[in-house]
Design a protein around this ligand. Sequence first.
Ligand SMILES: Nc1nc2c(ncn2[C@@H]2O[C@H](COP(=O)(O)OP(=O)(O)OP(=O)(O)O)[C@@H](O)[C@H]2O)c(=O)[nH]1
Ligand SMILES: [Mg+2]
Length: 429
Amino acid sequence: MQFIDRITIKVTAGTGGHGKSAFRREKFVAKGGPSGGDGGRGGDVIFRVDNNMNTLLDFRYHRKFTAKNGENGDIKNQYGHNAPPCIVKVPQGTLVKDADTGEILADLTELGQEAVIAKGGRGGRGNAKFANSANRAPTFAEFGEPGEVKNLLLELKLLADVGLVGYPSVGKSSLVSKVSAARPEIAEYHFTTITPVLGVVNVGELGDEKTFVMADIPGLIDGASEGVGLGHDFLRHVERTKIIVHIVDASGIEGRDPVEDYYKINKELKLYSEKIARRTQILAANKMDLPGAEENLQRLRELADKEGIQLFPICAATGQGLKELINAVAKALDEYVEEPDAEEGEKVYEAQAEDPDKITISRNISGEFVVSGKSLEKLVAMTNFGNDEALRRFQYIWRIKGIDKKLQERGIKEGETVHIGDMEFEYRE
Ligand SMILES: Nc1nc2c(ncn2[C@@H]2O[C@H](COP(=O)(O)OP(=O)(O)OP(=O)(O)O)[C@@H](O)[C@H]2O)c(=O)[nH]1
Ligand SMILES: [Mg+2]
């Protein structure tokens, strides 16, 4: 199974129900008051962490999620029902980003955690809501507010306890396949593993439930911290692990020196992130069955002493030494204390809180005027321009916001086109 950890999807929240324009008709009452009810809210799109999911694979064939629209308001002051939310299940550890802006919308790390990712629109107000002393019988109602539409980038950082790092072909996949049920491809050429594979490792004897998750990641090479050999993609996966098992090829069969390899890989880790560099490492000297391994092991022991790390000679091919290694990893996990999230890691993009009432005027490529502003665009979407009164209300707001004046300052002429949101107007004094 391929492990997909990035995917783009589209979510659309429900539009609010339209407000109703209606009047009471009662016997013996000559003119009933306005009685059109409000529309109901459109459904939100809510993401929820589901503990039965481990990957983003399900999204490969289901990339669009749409919540229902709110019900329209009705006569006799009846409000439309709010629409239920559309629940999107995601695995624990899913990072939700706005694909268009890069903004992080949610970091879903806890089981059962929920986040509203796209908000449903509010219902339009019925004509009853617009009655006041000046206009006791308004004939217009509002349309529902459109729901939010978002393109999303979902990222799943592997939630593995242990990450395997090392040059290509040192035997990372061989180790994972020996200690877990995972079956990553194993071969003598470099970059056999191109996507991370998770393996669940059983530590205890039969009946003892102790397990941890080990991530087999693609081999690292020099320059990985700068992205060489997909380095960034791979190192991203090591970020959330608790312990690193660093594998070297003790036999040096490919012509590299395992002691040098150890330092070079650590240099790349450090260049990528200080936090990864501080993580506990356990060194595994693999391919102990091959000639030359014993001599190098002596030098690796000196290295381990000097650096104060644990070293385990293993043979992933035969399974020799693996039990000791796994027990040591389990012990290190027991002793692991989480490092508080400091300055590092992904910077949360600060969404500039845009003033919804701010109005800006610009020209599009055809030279036509474009008036933008959140509240104003919303007002346009919710106004029923087919109704004279609604139109007058719109013009009133337009005037008190001083938009006419602003357009005149920009030199607008009679008959020119003005865009607001999806609407187009011809300018008239
Ligand atoms: N003799 C011997 N060969 C081994 C041992 N462990 C792995 N190999 C061989 O080394 C080669 C590479 O093994 P892999 O497990 O694919 O190495 P890897 O680190 O996952 O490699 P990449 O995925 O390319 O980074 C394969 O031909 C394995 O059979 C071992 O303990 N002894
Ligand atoms: Mg591999």
